[in-house]
Design a protein around this ligand. Structure first.
Ligand SMILES: [Zn+2]
Length: 604
């Protein structure tokens, strides 16, 4: 599997190196690319031939090559080096065309990852023989590769999370080749099933390794880091094909919640498996089909695959923040401070500057810069979470001297003549909302950010690998069995709730926007870790009560199930909810305040 991990590195390293303008990283990329180019062989394959002698690794060799090609394509984007086209063409013409059928189930499951490079090559060459081969790849005879067909039935080819998140995009690729909208509907169908059966706070579904066998929505089930990364990429590609903003909504939920939550604020340590309700992080077996280190924050807890993929999530999100549209315009896929340069269909170079602290605020300012007035459509996304049946979208657009409320969620097409320096302001609703997760539980959100209970923590260093790389256990210092009880006007309130109203406190994000207050952060100057001194950019202060019938699980070192009928002790506590992505210990799924009973329920 190490070969696969190394193959995974390049696809994130290339955009990272060029987005940062980091000469040292760019040199590393060039050296590796030169090695790959020089390794091309008569049979079309490339890379280290030693790896092919390892029969155990061979099943995944094909996947590793597909990922290497993703990295090479990213390199072609920045370096315009057409030797990459020759290498990829050679792989398809000489190798894949001779053996298009995968060997065995392990190769079959992600054989279609080759479509990423194949479709890119087809765009560059228009080779009809290649198109035939790609169509063939979309219809594997082995059942373990028949993802698009299974998704139509709301099912998966195999129940492994890492495989599922990769495969989500395959029907979109098949749609590009064959144009059957049932393939796109299949993606929506299977996502609905995953949401309903395994859905978790923060846009992910539970799959520590495989999908849980029981109670898939239980908030102590884990999700592997690689799944978050690969699912983000799938949503980027699916949105690119469909233009359906619901996929961009899903992308930003993962990017701003599940992704930052599963690494430390300084990005030096990560988990294999994150939990929504994560109250103690220790070396111990949990209800996961992974080893006892899967829940630790560290260099390579439970294996090195996530170490190889983690760094690609942010750079690839940046690559996809903006996309060109087929009517000559631009679409803002996910919001974030950025700048994009493009050329209109009549040849004018335009820069669109986006200024915002999103996701930590709802106001986004776009400034159009060009030598003269230009005409092009600009698409802005109003996320599904903005929809509120009682109040409308709550989203407003300031453009050309007037303010208008946006009536529906989804992509908004703004067409017109844009003057140089013209500004458009989008205001998305930004206030705390309580969303019922189930009959037992509730989660809190503010804009695209899920909120979670701040739990004071002791960080126990158990290994130091060098520089900022450490393995951590994290133990709670404050109570976590808390029921939040006051979100005036927008939430679930218990009968007779008292105390002060909730207060949303915001401040500009710091250099490490998802670092938690007091979290140990690597300090390059001293070489040691120091507590992070800044508060999170969004803090919801409110009242809560201790829940007496909620503690640790009787078997696993995790929180017990959320009690359906919480028993509170009546004492008001001051609590803070902070962005889910800023928490290493947290409660993100709470008992419902409208289910509070003074006496124990009969089944408790
Ligand atoms: Zn992994």
């Amino acid at each position: 599997m190490l070969a696969l991990t190394l193959s995974d590195l390049l696809k994130g390293l290339v955009p990272l190196a060029w987005q940062l303008g980091d000469a040292r990283l760019q040199t590393q990329v060039r050296e590796f690319v030169e090695y790959l180019l020089a390794s091309s062989r008569e049979d079309g394959r490339f890379g280290n031939t030693e790896v092919e002698k390892d029969t155990a690794a061979n099943a995944f060799l094909d996947l590793g090559t597909a990922k290497l090609m993703e990295g090479l394509i990213a390199y072609h984007d920045v370096a315009n080096d057409d030797r990459v086209i020759d290498l990829v063409r050679s792989y398809f013409d000489r190798y894949l065309a001779r053996s298009p059928e995968p060997v065995g189930w392990a190769q079959a499951v992600l054989h279609q990852e080759n479509l990423v490079a194949g479709l890119w090559l087809y765009e560059h060459t228009g080779d009809e023989k290649l198109r035939t081969l790609l169509t063939q790849l979309c219809h594997p005879s082995h059942p373990a590769g028949q993802w698009a067909d299974r998704f139509r039935d709301g099912d998966v080819a195999i129940p492994h999370g890492y495989m599922i998140v990769h495969a989500l995009k395959y029907p979109a690729f098949r749609y590009l080749l064959e144009g059957d909208p049932a393939d796109l509907d299949g993606i929506r169908t299977v996502l609905t099933v995953l949401d309903e059966t395994y859905g978790q706070v923060g846009g992910r579904f539970a799959a520590h390794e495989s999908l849980p066998r029981t109670a898939g929505r239980r908030p102590t089930h884990g999700t592997e880091f690689c799944n978050v990364v690969a699912q983000m990429y799938s949503f980027e590609r699916i949105f690119e094909v469909t233009g359906d903003s619901a996929f961009a909504d899903r992308l930003e939920l993962l990017a701003f919640n599940a992704l930052p939550a599963t690494c430390t604020g300084d990005f030096w340590a990560h988990q294999y498996d994150q939990q929504a309700n994560q109250v103690v992080v220790t070396t111990a077996q949990r209800e996961f089909d992974n080893g006892p280190e899967a829940n630790l924050f560290g260099l390579k807890p439970n294996g090195d695959c996530c170490t190889g993929s983690m760094h690609s999530a942010w750079p690839r999100l940046v690559q996809h923040l903006w996309m060109a549209t087929d009517d000559g315009g631009l679409v803002a896929t996910v919001y974030g401070p950025s700048e994009v340069t493009f050329t209109t269909s009549d040849g004018v170079t335009v820069v669109v500057r986006e200024e915002t602290d999103y996701p930590f605020e709802g106001r986004i300012v776009f400034t159009i810069e060009a030598e003269r007035a230009v005409t092009f459509p600009l698409y802005l996304r109003v996320p599904n979470w903005a929809e509120n049946k009682a109040y409308g979208t709550g989203a407003f657009l300031h453009s050309k001297g007037s303010v208008s409320e946006i009536n529906s969620v989804g992509l908004q097409r703004l067409a017109g003549l844009w003057e140089p320096g013209e500004q458009i302001v989008l205001e998305l609703p930004y206030w705390p909302v309580a969303d019922a997760r189930s009959d037992e539980s509730v989660a809190f959100r503010c804009g695209p950010l899920q909120l979670a209970l701040r739990i004071d923590a002791d960080y126990r260093e158990i290994r130091h690998h060098g520089r900022g790389s450490r393995d951590w256990e994290i133990l709670p210092r404050s109570e976590w069995n808390i029921l939040p009880v006051a979100v005036p006007g927008h939430g679930v309130l218990p009968a007779g709730a008292g105390g002060d109203p909730a207060e949303l406190v915001r401040q500009p994000p710091s250099r490490l926007p998802f670092a938690a207050l007091d979290e140990p952060v690597y300090d390059r100057e001293s070489g040691s870790v120091v507590p992070w001194p800044h508060r999170e950019p969004v803090v919801l202060r409110m009242k809560g009560m201790r829940v007496r019938n909620w503690g640790l699980h009787p078997v696993w070192p995790s929180a017990a199930d959320v009690p359906q009928y919480p028993e509170v002790d009546g004492e008001w506590l001051d609590i803070e909810l902070v962005p889910y992505g800023s928490t290493r210990l947290r409660i993100a799924e709470f008992p419902r305040a409208d289910r509070v009973r003074s006496q124990p329920a009969p089944h408790q």
